[in-house]
Ligand binder design. Structure first.
Ligand code: ADP
Ligand code: ZN
Ligand code: ZN
Length: 730
């Protein structure tokens, strides 16, 4: 009897009888199998062997077939088990998510190989009576390194002709794998590593203290301080021992430039898991990692599930980045899984950031992680201090104060570039009637619609619904409709008007729908002509913009007084990252931050002393308020088109949980139900119940109990619910 994990949201395994024909390796955990499920065939993974089932034998069905000759990699199996347990998610669903699409669809695991047909020396005259075969032999001889089977048929020859030639000893097939060529021997490096400065050298030597054991380190280094160089030299040290490094980068960070930087350093195989890969290519990368051929694997969030034959280290760049958290289905955090995985393998873990998450910073401050710091840039220009400028009672043009415009002007006059950061795409965040005060609102969300000019329309940025621009106010008929506030389009328009002879590049999701266009603009910017960049956070993170000497933040107030307790942390991270774009190369930079709250103490501290100081201060506030990382949190999210249905389930769940906590005497706090900060989204109502505990194990017990209660509850089948462990946003 075999227990199999199937693609199902149910948190249980399914019992099957073995197929009549056992695979060569025998039945064992980790085998990918095809099984009948209802009226379909699905792909599942054997999790365990059991002696019996709760079901009578007559009701058990047999496995259709084993899909591979051996089990899936054991480190992958372990990680799936861990993630499913930690995130209270179905194991079958977790495994489906964690394997490449081709495996999910039941294709064979073997990496794509290609058969090359090699010519063998032989006596041609033996083919005199088979002119087609003689022709084919002549063709093969033109390709002494072999010709792929596909090329042979493209030349109009058949497989039978090939096989006949093989039989007569004129050719022989050779299998080669497509991805990641073998290391070419000799030096590991294709280009020399940089001589490290003192701080970098210290950090690297700490890493070298323990290369073959669990060794979690936080590399807190200001923007542009040379963190990537440390990653490269750590990878080099491990590659020299034949060990693999897995490098996670944020979604926005996996650019061709980043990849090029890794690829140009090493002669060993570097493979990347990026969104441009086809499914078969993705499987190739997976396979190259699983059998140890790829020594450096770079990818975004989901790359954490890549199996490693000889794990050497896991590196998480910009570890604070929000894109590491998945926001639906299996709501995992790739950085947290990286920690668990490094511990499991017993290998170094390197978390790098200029603006570490409070979770990681806290661990570094208490000594649970080694704390490595880089405070200086190789370019010697320290990151610029933020200059706060008061938005109140001042006229703005396209969102910009006269002081900011003046600074932009002198930057251009000096032949440099300026970056104007504005966290809102579109022309203006809202459209209002000047006569009666009507505002354009989304019919499906508790949100205003954004005015766009290119093309002209109203769009909701939460549900993506669109509407034509009204000619007159739908409430009072007045024609006096006005755009309120500024988005990237408006600022672009204003700047173009003010500086007609200067190129203004707008960079946001609307302007860069085509991937190449973003790359092209970046290239042009890097050429260094004076120009202006107007962009959202797409532009704010990661990119090396050597000619930018001025950064203007149009409005810094987004996170200052938000409901979410993490808003301030996230907004400080973003500000510091944006500011880090200025003066990275030979020229010092300036950062102007426009705000309605120039006296806000947090903003003041960020401006005066930087992210590190503010973060340490805010950590104290979190400690006092008993908020993460000083407690462990889980969030039950309930949603339904009927507000009442969502609310009722949330209420019953919270009640039942409180009762259980009391009876079982588990020290866990349960808060709610409360409406989500934006309760109605896409015509669905969102209700939250929050669980917090001082101990991870207590939080786990409560979340586990709640999930089981919900699964057994009939009412819960009528609404959508999910549990979010360590939620990052409310
Ligand atoms: P970070 O990853 O911290 O943002 P990078 O690794 O991108 O910083 O380094 C910023 C710039 O400094 C890059 O152009 C890099 O080549 C350069 N750099 C890094 N380390 C050194 C060094 N030891 N000597 C000279 N230049 C360096
Ligand atoms: Zn009106
Ligand atoms: Zn909407």
């Amino acid at each position: 009897m075999l227990k199999v994990a199937l693609p199902s949201p149910l948190r249980r395994l399914f019992d099957y009888l073995p197929a009549p024909r056992a695979p060569a390796c025998g039945w064992q955990p980790g085998l990918r199998v095809r099984v009948p499920f209802g009226r379909r065939d699905v792909v599942g993974v054997v999790v365990s062997l059991a002696s019996g089932s709760e079901l009578p034998r007559s009701q058990l069905r047999a496995i259709g077939e084993a899909l591979d000759e051996g089990p899936l990699p054991s480190d992958w199996q372990w990680l799936c088990q861990f993630a499913a347990r930690y995130y209270q998610h179905s194991l079958g669903d977790t495994m489906q998510h964690a394997m490449p699409a081709r495996l999910r669809q039941g294709h064979p695991m073997a990496g794509r190989t290609q058969t090359l047909w090699l010519p063998l020396p032989n006596d041609e005259t033996a083919l005199a009576r088979a002119p087609k075969q003689a022709e084919l032999y002549a063709l093969l001889r033109q390709h002494p390194h072999g010709l792929p089977g596909r090329a042979v048929s493209a030349h109009g020859f058949t497989r039978d002709q090939l096989l006949a030639l093989q039989k007569k000893g004129f050719t022989q097939p050779q299998e080669i794998t497509l991805t990641a060529a073998q290391p070419t021997g000799g030096s590991l490096l294709a280009s020399p590593s940089l001589p490290l400065n003192r701080e970098q050298a210290t950090a690297l030597s700490v890493l070298h203290e323990k290369l073959d054991g669990y060794h979690p380190c936080l590399l807190e280094g200001v923007t542009g301080s040379g963190k990537t160089e440390i990653y490269l030299q750590l990878i080099e040290a491990l590659a020299a021992k034949g060990k693999q490094s897995l490098v996670l980068v944020p979604e926005i960070g996996l650019t061709p430039q980043t990849l090029a930087r890794f690829k140009s350093r090493f002669r060993v195989p570097v493979v990347a898991l990026h969104s441009g890969l086809t499914d078969p290519e993705r499987l190739d990368v997976w396979e190259a990692a699983a059998n140890g051929r790829a020594l450096v694997i770079i990818g975004t969030r989901s790359a954490i599930f890549t199996p490693l034959a000889n794990p050497g280290a896991i590196i998480v760049d910009e570890e604070h980045d929000g894109s590491y958290k998945q926001h639906d289905g299996l709501r995992y955090h790739a950085r947290d899984l990286a920690v668990a995985r490094a511990h499991y393998h017993g290998i170094p873990l390197l978390l790098g950031s200029a603006t570490p998450s409070f979770e990681s910073l806290q661990k570094a401050l208490t000594g649970a992680y080694r704390h490595l710091r880089l405070t200086q840039r190789p370019s010697r220009h320290p990151p610029a201090k933020l200059e706060l400028i008061d938005l109140r009672h001042q006229r703005r043009q396209g969102g910009l104060l006269p002081g900011a415009i003046k600074a932009i002007k002198s930057t251009l006059a000096a032949g440099k570039q300026a970056l104007i950061f504005i966290n809102r795409r579109g022309f203006a965040p809202s459209l209002a009637c000047h006569s009666c005060g009507w505002m354009a609102e989304c019919g499906q969300c508790d949100a205003r619609m954004t005015l766009h000019r290119q093309p002209p329309l109203l769009a909701c940025h939460h549900c993506d619904s669109r509407r034509a621009l009204p000619d007159a106010c739908p409430e009072c008929g007045s024609g006096d409709l006005r755009a309120l506030g500024s988005g990237t389009e408006r600022t672009e328009e204003t700047l173009q008007g003010l500086f007609p002879d200067t190129t203004v590049h707008r960079i946001d999701r609307d302007s860069t729908r085509k991937k190449e266009s973003f790359e092209q603009v970046l290239k042009e910017i890097q050429r260094g002509e004076p120009c202006l960049l107007v962009g959202t956070q797409m532009l704010a993170k990661g990119h090396h913009l050597p000619h930018v000497t001025l950064v203007v933040v149009v409005n810094a107030d987004g996170g200052l007084y938000a409901a979410d307790f993490r808003a301030l942390e996230h907004s400080a991270q973003l500000l510091e990252q944006v500011a880090g774009r200025a003066g990275r190369a030979a020229h010092p930079g300036r950062v102007l931050v426009q705000t309605l709250h120039p006296d806000d103490p947090h903003l003041g501290q960020l401006a005066e002393h930087g992210y590190g100081a503010l973060a340490r201060n805010l950590l104290e506030e979190r400690r006092i308020a008993k908020l993460p990382p000083f407690c462990f949190m889980a969030l039950l999210r309930v949603e339904s088109p009927q507000e009442q249905a969502a609310l009722a389930l949330a209420q019953h769940a919270a009640q039942a949980l409180r009762q259980w906590l009391k009876d079982a005497n588990v020290p866990v706090r349960c808060l709610g139900p409360v409406p989500a900060p934006m309760e109605r989204r896409q015509n669905r109502y969102h209700i939250h119940v929050m669980i917090t505990a001082d101990k991870r194990s207590h939080r786990h017990a409560a979340a586990n109990w709640l999930v089981q209660w919900l699964e057994a509850n009939r009412e819960a089948r009528k609404v959508r619910w999910s549990i979010d462990i360590d939620p990052q946003t409310l």
